[in-house]
Design a protein around this ligand. Structure first.
Ligand code: UT7
Length: 327
């Protein structure tokens, strides 16, 4: 019997405030109708005071630990995928480690934008293959509302805040992670970027005037690349496991645009109930989107033992990847 990495607990945390499309109509030149038809988004959650990235991440993690039935001090490693940490140093992962009291866990953040959770899961899988006794917490957590320009209708209507988490452990048997595939293309970085706030570009009045402290996206170009990459990585995962589209019981894709999800569904030949969708409630929460969806699918009973689950993500960098698993 092979040792596989199994998800033994999931959790999610959304901030308390909801921002609807109608609210946005009062803020920028947009309409509920445009946002719904072009993206599928109806509302998104926005972090209020005290609802920091590390707070959301820790709350999601507590839920995941509770479901897993293990104590924080049993964790060996904490990986947080994020592009909107509380601060450059320390990492969100270290703040989560402190909040949970995960005394013996190593902790680090991982920068792979919307693919962060799947990159993290892939790393956890490698650690567990090396030592099946490890317990690893993988989190995707974002406060993107602090990274968007609320005057730019091309981006501010898209993103939301939230966190999702999963506890991964080793188990002998058929269930667990079957394959992971990671990809990147740094040559296209300028299509989706926050140019300032790092160390390369000083925050001068000119830079702030250009809005380089915010997410800048060439939406149509990103859309084109996302559709192509997500489809390709899905087929790559299926082929690696000797699967066809018919073998997929549930697809959980990064929730960036309803039209991308629909395209994936058609190309893989999946029926509607096999594609998990929650973009209407949360918008694009980057690294948090897949673990939030995973937790919803898990708690609602949509995910049942023995199902073949395919997860795919795409984001700035560009980064993209897949994790296929038997639930
Ligand atoms: O998470 C990482 C991956 N991200 C993605 O995969 C996102 C990919 N991109 C997208 O989802 C879509 O490209 C968007 C939702 C961002 C934009 O949709 P689109 O259908 O590609 O619109 P567009 O950018 O081609 O713009 C079409 C029109 C433009 O007006 P004109 O030039 O045709 O007069 C825009 O100015 O829609 C206009 N527009 C808006 N109108 C109302 C753009 N944003 C808005 C808005 N409200 N919020």
């Amino acid at each position: 019997m092979p040792v596989r990495s199994v998800i033994i607990g999931t959790g999610a945390k959304l901030p308390s405030q909801v921002l609807t499309n109608k609210d946005l109509e009062r803020m920028v030149d947009t309409s509920d109708e445009w946002i719904r038809t072009r993206t599928g988004i109806h509302q998104r959650y926005i972090a209020g005071e005290g609802e920091t990235n590390s707070y959301l991440a820790a709350e999601a993690s507590k839920e995941a630990l509770e479901m897993a039935g293990i104590r924080a001090r049993d964790l060996d490693l904490i990986i947080v995928g994020t592009m909107s940490p509380d601060m450059p140093m320390p990492s969100v992962a270290c703040l989560v480690q402190r909040e949970l009291g995960a005394e013996k866990a190593g902790a680090f953040d991982l920068s792979a934008t919307c693919s962060g959770f799947l990159y993290g899961l892939s790393i956890a899988d490698k650690f567990i293959k090396d030592n099946q006794r490890l317990k690893i917490l993988v989190v995707g957590s974002e406060v993107l509302s602090r990274r968007v320009n609320w005057k730019d209708r091309g981006t501010c209507v898209l993103f939301g805040d939230g966190a999702g988490a999963a506890v991964v452990a080793g188990e002998k048997g058929d269930r667990g992670i079957l394959s992971t595939h990671l990809h990147a293309d740094g040559t296209l970085w300028e299509l989706l970027t926050i140019k300032a706030l790092g160390t390369a570009v000083p925050l001068t009045p000119e830079v702030l005037e250009k809005g380089w402290q915010y997410i800048q996206m060439q939406g149509r170009d990103v859309f084109r690349h996302a559709v192509r990459a997500l489809e390709a990585v899905a087929w790559e995962a299926l082929e690696a496991n000797g699967f066809t589209g018919e073998d997929v019981d549930l697809l959980i894709s990064h929730q960036a645009n309803m039209r991308i999800l629909e395209h994936m569904r058609e190309r893989l030949g999946l029926s509607r109930e096999k594609v998990f969708i929650n973009i209407h409630k949360y918008g694009n929460t980057s690294a948090a989107s897949i673990p939030i969806a995973l937790d919803e699918a898990n708690r609602s009973g949509i995910l049942t033992p023995g199902m073949n689950l395919l997860m795919v993500a795409f984001g700035g960098g560009f980064t993209w990847g897949s994790v296929a698993m038997r639930w």
